[in-house]
Design a protein. Sequence first.
Length: 373
Amino acid sequence: MSEFSNTNINDKKNIIQIILSYLDGIFQPILPAITAAGMLQGLNVLLSFTGLVEEGTSTFIILNSISNVVFYFLPILIGLSAAKIFDVNEYVSISVILVLFHPDLLELFFGKMDTNFLGLPILETSYSSSVFPAIFIVWAQKYVEKFSKWLVPEIVQGVFSPLIDLGLTTLLGLIVLGPLGNGIGIFLGGALKSVGSLAHFLIPTLLGGFGIFAVMTGAHYPLFPLVFDQLGHQGFEDFFAAGMVATNIGLAGAVFAVVLLAKDKKVKSYSISAFITAMLGTSQPGIYGVALKYKSALVGSMLAGFIGGAFAGLMNFVSYAYVNPGLAAIPVYMSPDGSLRNLVIGLITMAISFGIGFLYTFIVNRKNDEINM
């Protein structure tokens, strides 16, 4: 059994906590690859914008392929990560997911022939950049493996159990779980768009204001499937970065005020480190070491997140790839068409968030000296 499933999942009783634990465990290992791909996408846009690399050249195409491959084959990465979480055979999981990308199957999907298996219809769909199908399929594999071990005598399990695992899981994925996962992704994406059509700024505003608590509880992980779905199907996402960049930079502003006001060398030293990481898009040091310690920093961060997120939402700020929202993500805020509007909005959002977080924390502490009490 995997250590994660023993300690982080099975001991939890609340269904929401279980789901959050699963999503946390699945996405954490693949975020470095996704972040690197996002940064490379931004770099490619920057090189094209400055004229250093001409769009359409082999250099541009190679860089673009390297950055896009992570998102195109995202189900495979998710499948591998999910296999470790659900404690199933990783090679069977990858083999099942790879079937979804097999050239013959894709030709069958998008050809003129009706797709079915022994008369059972198979929905013709594309699984590139999808999230939920891989999770559902590997989850089902866990029960297929249990079934095959129960069904097959132990002496021949090494031969026949993998056959059942691969065949049955693949058919379940093609006929039921793959289309179901895609349908859920479409439904959630549609629901998000519906909320956005009523008040587009609402989601970034709430995410900006409560982003600190989302990070603390892992409640931001359920948003990743929607983020990656938007990136894969429309080339940008319009809610996560808008809210979280305000959260992270607003927190950085509050922490910077603590840096200037703190008299204790240890507090000042830690706050400098937390300030730098928050500016670059990693909020945990600032949250646990500063915001939760000083009420003024927490309130200042939340206020900055609300206002910065609202501004970003109202101005339709988007991100063209996934990178931890902060200064390090600036390249992915550049529009592929060369327009600087979105980048400028992002920089203004950062300035507003930082300024509010800093000023609130600094002014309040100048009055009551909470930091040095």
